[in-house]
Design a protein around this ligand. Structure first.
Ligand code: SF4
Length: 217
């Protein structure tokens, strides 16, 4: 990481963490992506059931593999929707189980400087347990996700997050062809819901790990 970009990300993260506190949420800055997996594992109670939201950041930082390793070692019970060989109905069953997991670990699509968290979802299996169900929410995001306000967040989602993710997972949408949003009505539309978390009712429930790196989409 360029030292000046590293400095910039740290300063922005410190400011966002203060804003999160005012919104009854918690934040921690991690200077290196390699710190994320152990930070996530340290926050999961022994034996807890854990759901994970689809997230490139979690794969890039080794969080997914750490959760799988924790499951193999009996430290937690991972509800792994990506386990190879699952039939579609088994995947759906695991997504439903995720709604009542004790912990959800996921990424974020944008974070505003006012400490608001913004997510886009196609089927809402990711945003639903982040909003309600699990008693602990752990979110991992690179500082590249920080934006000035909700308008910038929406811009980021429609003009970058959705097209890149649609292309990544092979959706047949206009943006996956042209790279530009056409506000489509496709059945494969990837941005069916945009969710903003402004504040939390229970201050201990949600924790954001902000990494001083460019991660995910
Ligand atoms: S509305 Fe359609 S075209 Fe626009 S970003 Fe979403 S999926 Fe892509």
């Amino acid at each position: 990481m360029d030292p000046y970009i590293g400095w910039f990300y740290r300063r922005r993260a410190e400011s966002v963490i203060e804003a999160l506190k005012k919104n009854r949420m918690n934040g921690t800055f991690l200077a290196q992506a390699g710190e994320a997996a152990s930070a996530v594992m340290a926050m999961i109670p022994e034996g807890a059931s854990v759901a994970m939201g689809g997230s490139v950041t979690m794969a890039e930082t080794g969080v997914v593999e750490a959760l799988r390793q924790g499951h193999r070692e009996g430290k937690l019970k991972l509800i792994d929707r990506y386990e190879p060989g699952l039939a579609p109905e088994q995947v759906m069953e695991r997504l439903r189980q995720g709604l009542i997991a004790e912990v959800i670990v996921s990424g974020i699509n944008a974070i505003t400087e006012q400490g608001e968290l913004v997510f886009v979802d196609a089927t809402c299996n990711r945003v639903a347990p982040i909003l309600f169900g699990p008693t602990k929410v752990i979110l991992v995001a690179g500082c590249n996700k920080i934006v000035p306000n909700l308008a910038f967040a929406q811009e980021r989602i429609r003009h970058f997050v959705a097209p890149t993710n649609a292309k990544r997972i092979g959706r047949k949408t206009p943006c996956a062809e042209t790279g530009q949003c056409a506000d489509c009505a496709s059945p494969e539309r990837i941005c069916n819901a945009t969710v903003v978390i402004h504040k939390q009712a229970r201050a201990e429930r949600l924790h954001v790990l902000l990494v001083g790196a460019d991660l995910g989409y």
